[in-house]
Design a binder for this molecule. Structure first.
Ligand code: SF4
Length: 186
């Protein structure tokens, strides 16, 4: 078999549901936007401790986060749309995390990775924030201490499902604004 005849093993994202006929395909604009957003998320890794190391393993060749269109990590909040919080967040670090969240443009999503970010973990002390959802809204939580890379991938796929199915009007809805207002975010 010549090289040209070899079947490609590269997976292609399925088209959103729509109406198809000879020479045309029609679908809804929010389905196309959702598909594009879900497959080109730019994560900002906010890693403070050991969960960050597990995320590095998720990025590396065995698990290969690039398969999800995510090989380009963003260390600038203004060019990121997925905030991944990994590790113990001290109360002193809380305002920094919140500032990073506020600097990200809408639409944005938050993934809380591991017991520490989600609930303070084993550090039930005066200095550790008992869950980042006390200061910013969280979309998906990944349990574990530390979560394995498979769990991180599962969490990311849950985020992708949310992104894909989100209405393009959600961010302007009164419910969303009310939720942000509860966090004191304008
Ligand atoms: S959840 Fe466990 S592995 Fe993750 S940062 Fe906390 S102590 Fe470390």
């Amino acid at each position: 078999m010549s090289k040209k005849e070899e079947k490609s093993t590269v997976a292609v994202t399925a088209a959103p549901p729509g109406i198809e006929g000879p020479g045309f395909f029609a679908t809804r604009i929010d389905k196309v936007v959702g598909m594009a957003r879900a497959n080109s998320l730019w994560p900002l890794p906010f890693a403070t401790s050991c969960c960050g190391i597990e995320f590095m393993a998720t990025m590396a060749s065995d698990y290969d986060l690039a398969r999800f269109g995510m090989e380009r990590l963003s260390f600038s909040p203004r060019q990121a749309d997925l905030l991944m919080v990994m590790g113990t967040i001290s109360k002193k670090m809380g305002p920094v995390l919140r500032q990073v969240y506020e600097q990200m443009a809408e639409p944005k999503w938050v993934l809380s990775m591991g017991a520490c970010a989600s609930s303070g973990g084993v550090f039930d002390t005066y200095s550790v924030l008992q869950g980042i959802d006390r200061i910013i809204p969280v979309d998906v939580y990944i349990p574990g201490c530390p979560p394995r890379p498979e769990q991180v991938l599962d969490g990311i796929m849950q985020i992708q499902k949310l992104v894909e199915s989100e209405s393009i009007r959600r961010r302007d809805s009164p419910e969303y604004k009310e939720m942000l207002a509860k966090y004191g975010i304008e």
